[in-house]
Design a binder for this molecule. Structure first.
Ligand code: PMV
Length: 327
């Protein structure tokens, strides 16, 4: 295995780390069942600051361990038997939007705690961040946490070139490879309808267990494989065509939503294609803007009632933030 990004170096408390959000371009849901996925880390971040304290708290809440499963899992897996810590977290990633806010928190928190415990390699950070998210959520793939740990464009269970790392779950493993960055901007638009990953993943699992499930999964697989190749080659017409096909499949397995369909329709004149991104049934869409039409696309989506913004790939994954201020 290669490890192209630097490890998380050792750093005593107080320590600050950050991780980007993510956007799934192809293969959400199917990745849970072993199909490929293409994810891109986006330039919105969650940052955590961890310092010594007499009582463990998150954003000044000493009951956060009971209330917040991501915080609880993070402490259990990355800080077992550690002394009390004060944690502050700030995020520019909209929550419950399918843009990786929980994965970014898991990875930034695990990176900070890993630094305080002598540093850790990126494959270990990917595995630990996945376990935190999976422990908190109960279901899901390693795609989100891998995206925010690795940065840039990453193929999970697909692509070619050297394997960066593999992440092991109880029931399967996910392999991760780098995909060349085509240097495009994307427009992401939150519908305002919160989505819940767990129920959506379970519903799709039930749908794929029906007799036509294997055929559908094979088509998800093909679309994501071709999508990974097309993005890596910078082939916009092919990417647009495959995004439309991926959206049809997501509709077929029941995770679109009338609001998402309305946003996709509103994007049409200024976008080469658009699809839902993440768990769906609410959450966000991602659109490939026609060249030079980003602002027009954002305006159209805002008029249609969405919260739209332009994102670019964030090449660096989770990392320590230099010179953290004292807590
Ligand atoms: O939680 P979201 O909206 O980012 O969705 C994650 C993508 C799924 O494939 C639906 C689940 C998963 O863990 O891969």
């Amino acid at each position: 295995m290669t490890d192209e990004l630097p490890p998380i170096p050792p750093h005593p408390l107080p320590v600050s780390a950050r991780a980007p959000g993510k956007c799934i371009l192809f293969g959400e849901h199917a990745v849970v069942h072993g199909a490929p996925e293409l994810v891109v880390a986006i330039d919105l971040h969650t940052q955590v600051l961890v310092g010594p304290s007499s009582v463990t708290s998150l954003n000044h809440d000493p009951d956060a361990t009971a209330k917040n499963p991501y915080f609880r899992e993070g402490l259990a897996r990355a800080w077992p038997d550690g002394p009390p810590i004060e944690v502050r977290a700030v995020s520019r990633i909209p929550r419950a939007a399918g843009l990786g806010s929980s994965a970014a928190f898991a990875a930034a928190f695990a990176a900070a705690l890993g630094a305080a415990r002598g540093g850790l390699g990126r494959p270990e950070l990917a595995q630990r961040s996945f376990e935190i998210e999976r422990g908190a959520q109960g279901v899901g793939s390693a795609g989100d946490t891998t995206a925010v740990v690795g940065g840039g464009y990453l193929a999970v269970n697909g692509g070619d070139g050297p394997v960066l790392w593999t992440v092991a779950g109880a029931d399967r493993r996910w392999t991760v490879r780098r995909v060349a960055d085509p240097k495009w901007s994307w427009v992401v638009c939150h519908s305002g309808i919160p989505r819940a990953t767990g129920p959506a993943v379970r519903a799709v699992g039930a749908r794929l267990a029906r007799p036509d499930g294997p055929t559908l999964l094979a088509e998800f697989d093909r679309v994501a494989r071709d999508g990974i190749r097309a993005v890596g080659a910078g082939d916009r017409p092919a990417v647009a065509e495959l995004m439309r096909r991926n959206q049809e499949l997501l509709r077929e397995v029941g995770v679109s939503h009338p609001r998402l369909e309305a946003l996709i329709a509103a994007a049409e004149p200024a976008a080469e294609a658009a699809k839902l991104t993440g768990a769906g049934a609410g959450g966000s869409i991602v659109a490939l803007p026609r060249p030079g039409r980003e602002a027009d696309l954002v305006r159209r989506l805002a008029r249609a009632g969405g919260l739209a913004f332009v994102v670019r790939a964030e090449p660096n994954g989770a990392a320590l933030v230099d010179a953290p201020p004292s807590p």
